[in-house]
Design a protein. Structure first.
Length: 116
């Protein structure tokens, strides 16, 4: 199973930017798409978007489209989530995983808190 380690979270003001990183191990990283997910307090984990294994195709949920960008550096086994113009409703723990997600591969996530 692939393992994922997320980093880069923190406290940011509304309208600001943040870049999250996700480093993974496992050969499946180069085979399957990778997704970013988030879980806000009291809510279920949801998909933010995903990137194809080559990085050539991305898909985003409506709530982040135009503000967030997912890209990857396969040579570094790393996927990024560039978050621009963040909003208080983006506050959540952010995770990466394969897409569709593999149940046994969730990491600890990284907390993003957006202040108004």
């Amino acid at each position: 199973q692939a393992q994922f380690v997320e980093s880069g979270g923190g406290l940011v003001q509304a309208g600001g930017s943040l870049r999250l990183s996700c480093i993974t191990s496992g050969r499946t990283f180069l085979i399957f798409p990778t997704g970013w997910y988030r879980q806000a307090p009291g809510k279920q984990r949801e998909l933010v978007g995903h990137v194809s294994n080559t990085g050539g195709r991305t898909v985003y949920e409506d709530s982040v489209r135009g503000r967030f960008t997912i890209y990857r550096e396969n040579a570094k086994n790393t996927v990024y989530l560039q978050m621009n113009n963040v909003k208080p409703e983006d506050t959540a723990v952010y995770y990466c995983n394969m897409w569709p997600a593999e149940a046994g591969s969730w990491g600890q996530g990284t907390q993003v808190t957006v202040s108004s």
